[in-house]
Design a protein around this ligand. Structure first.
Ligand SMILES: N[C@@H](CCC(=O)N[C@@H](CS)C(=O)NCC(=O)O)C(=O)O
Length: 341
């Protein structure tokens, strides 16, 4: 009986060994060796990732990469940003051109499997919407039959658009344009009646690209689920874990009231969860293959999730987005960090 269970255990070990990726930990080693994280971001979607006049990227997706760099390297600025279009993003990640993709990318089954990628959490729960010129007088997406719709290829947007119109027995003409600048230009020049993308993207485009934002309305319908989050390659569990736990750390920090301003003070907290998260009680860093101040470094660099949200996309920004379902689970939202223990 004992021999049998030993055999089973040995077989399981061999099987586990065989299934283990040949290059586990490769990303972390490469990031440490080069001294920076290579992060694929949007070419210019204000609020999520956009370069300023000096080429410095800012946004919610950008801060996720700053947080990961801070956790790994202790230096939030050690990030090289690579701007990627919707079409380019997955190849860039698969080929190793970037370590991580943090670019308004929706977690879907096929991306998570067939494309060989791993989604390391959700940093913004979104849904697809429609924007139309106010002068058309349209108030519902169900009035859009026969419309010409501007859309970018290589996106979930393109697929949902077809599903939605078919399901509602409506016709449409898609104007499919790869370049973001060109699709924006086409819509604002009146080449399409409708612009469709993630609702957060519409808010961003309306507030920063529209010649007059008030001339455009975002219709009330959300036609899909678009959970957006950072993505890594299959086959490197160590790095996947790190990105996942950095995202959780930012959410947990908000739940525990740890902010960029008070994180130093919080190092002395006697709340066991805070002590473990910030490394005053050791163990979490070691488990991740990082120093014990990994989460402290991330939070001091970018603040907690709520601070990141408000800074880049919240009600006081030009996007003006409410927390809504992106609020913490304790306030009725979906943001929930797994326990750091
Ligand atoms: N979340 C959707 C859409 C993402 C997407 O690429 N949206 C467009 C429109 S907001 C975009 O970001 N374009 C910028 C670019 O291609 O440079 C997806 O993952 O497919």
């Amino acid at each position: 009986m004992m021999i049998k269970s030993m055999l089973v255990a040995a077989t399981a070990l061999v099987a586990f060994g065989a299934a283990a990726p040949a290059f586990a930990g490769e990303s972390l080693d490469a990031i440490r060796e080069r001294g920076s994280l290579i992060c694929g971001v949007n070419t210019g979607l204000s609020g999520f990732s956009a370069p300023d006049s000096e080429g410095v990227y800012a946004g919610l997706d950008v801060d996720v990469c700053h947080a990961v760099a801070a956790a790994i390297l202790g230096d939030a600025s050690a990030v090289e940003f690579v701007a990627l279009t919707a079409q380019q993003r997955f190849t860039a990640l698969q080929s190793g051109e970037v370590d991580i993709l943090s670019r308004n990318t929706t977690w879907t089954l096929t991306r998570d499997t067939a494309l060989g990628l791993n989604f390391a959490g959700v940093t913004f729960y979104d849904g697809q919407g429609f924007m139309v010129p106010k002068e058309l007088g349209v108030t519902s997406a169900l009035e859009l039959s026969g419309a010409t719709v501007c859309v970018q290829p290589g996106t979930t947007t393109e697929l949902n658009l077809a599903d939605y119109f078919r399901a509602n027995d409506m016709d449409f003409d898609a104007v499919v344009i790869e370049s973001f600048e060109e699709v924006n230009a086409a819509y604002f020049a009146g080449r399409c009646d409708v612009y469709t993308t993630d609702a957060s993207g519409l808010a961003s485009i309306r507030s920063t690209v529209a010649p007059n934002p008030d001339d455009h309305v975002i219709l009330p319908e959300l036609i899909s689920k678009e959970p957006l989050g950072p993505v890594v390659r299959h086959g490197d569990d160590e790095f996947f874990d790190i990105v996942k736990w950095v995202v959780f750390a930012l959410i947990e920090a908000e739940e525990k009231g740890i902010t960029q301003a008070n994180v130093d003070e919080m190092l002395g907290s006697d709340d066991p969860t805070i002590a473990r998260l910030l490394g005053s009680t050791e163990g979490m860093g070691e488990a991740l293959g990082l120093s014990e101040d990994w989460a402290y470094n991330a939070i001091s660099a970018v603040g907690n999730y709520g601070e990141i949200f408000e800074r880049h996309v919240g009600v006081n920004t030009s996007l003006g987005l409410e927390r809504g379902i992106n609020d913490l689970w304790t306030r009725g939202g979906l943001m929930y960090a797994m326990p750091a223990r």
